[in-house]
Design a protein around this ligand. Sequence first.
Ligand code: CDP
Length: 275
Amino acid sequence: MSPGASEASEPAKGERPLSGLTSGGGEPSGEPGEPRREGRGSATPDASAGNTADSEDRGARVIAIDGPAGSGKSTVARTVADRLGRPYLDTGAMYRAVAFAALRRGVDPEDLEAVTRLAREVEMTVEAGVVIVDGVDASIEVRGPEVTRAVSAVAANAAVRAELVARQRRWAEERGGGVVEGRDIGTVVFPGARLKVYLTASHEARSERRSKEATDLSYDDVAADITRRDHADSTRPADPLQEASDAVVLDTTGLSVDEVVALVLEHVEQAERPA
Ligand code: CDP
């Protein structure tokens, strides 16, 4: 991979063109990780906090970027990965891919067993904004309203999460780390991440950003959807959205993408500076 270009934005011809997020074999999710001791950022307790040597190392070369819808995660994470020349993974696209596969096969997204089976079988690749599900290019549909409505039920399914978390960990192992964005990356997937960033913004700012992206939906519809998903994501028992106790919390309300990227890159430099 050439320096200055992430694998995500410029897949090299002929070599591993898409990130193979192959079936994970049911490794349990939610392995606890001991919070880091530097104690930067918020002091919110980390429900996943625990204490095993294995999980402390988990994802040491990962930069974890979490936050709610419209907080700017995807744009910021992709740009940071590009600037650092590291691979980038959008884990939200993986949950969306499972929701898409369920709708396509006529499986009820609320049917725990059927969706779990599907999540274990489905083939998906997620890279450079392209999402392939069982050989079908679903890049546009995964961002559409139908999938967005179905994804919360899929993401609340603990067995689906276990499967996708295993795939995410394997993705990072195969690449020696990368920039990974989602809802539970710093708390559950990579508790040992080198840097954890939690992006947030006011509900209004997040709704405004999203309604500019989704030109076919009104501001009110977008705002209502964000309220619904915020609630579903933060109250589900399985790996809820929350700040890791050792995350750097950045409120992006009123900040441009460039400003947020610059802040994150400063924190990366600080986290990677030799002691
Ligand atoms: O882009 P946006 O923030 O709207 O959502 P996304 O990142 O594409 O994620 C879609 C949905 O997947 C979220 O509403 C969460 O329910 C779920 N998700 C999750 O549970 N855990 C993750 N690591 C990433 C996404």
